[in-house]
Design a binder for this molecule. Sequence first.
Ligand SMILES: N[C@@H](CCC(=O)N[C@@H](CS)C(=O)NCC(=O)O)C(=O)O
Length: 184
Amino acid sequence: MALRYAGIEVEHREISLREKPQSMLLASPKGTVPVLCVGELVLDQSLDIMHWALGISDPEGWKQVDENVAHAWIEKNDGPFKVLLDQYKYPNRFPHLKQEEILMAAVELMLQPMEDALLSSQYLLGNRLSWVDVAIFPFLRQFSMVNLQQFDGLPFPATQKWLERHLQSELFHSVMKKYSTWVD
Ligand SMILES: N[C@@H](CCC(=O)N[C@@H](CS)C(=O)NCC(=O)O)C(=O)O
């Protein structure tokens, strides 16, 4: 989304995670997606790719946020919330954990603080969309999709509206295309 927003054209190579192509592993041996190759430069963290793109062009000011607040959200999301998301998504891998308790932990850690923020402004860091919203909403999307009925039943209307706004956005739709798998 950041690449598209910044107007940067890329050659998109869809990867099968079960059969990672050698060219990808040569560029980035850690074997996770996304990977962006720009000449000699290899970026293999989503946030690095976002920041690289926004460094080239940021037409609507996604970067105009308080960096400390931004990083606090990202650390919580990529750290403890990601752990809860995986536990919630894959109950078979965590048979000793109760879904209800994972949900409650996620509410306390992330969903309630998000709701509080989104009740006072349209986006997480104010009334302007920022890179933090764009970095975090895919995780909320995944979380909501585990059990849509349960998610919709939570008392978080501002968060639900925020998520819906992202899902309906032209930018999101413009990148959610189906690509055929790249073969070296
Ligand atoms: N922190 C990394 C995480 C990347 C990551 O874990 N990606 C997953 C897919 S969403 C992956 O490539 N997993 C490798 C695999 O399943 O083999 C980033 O944001 O780029």
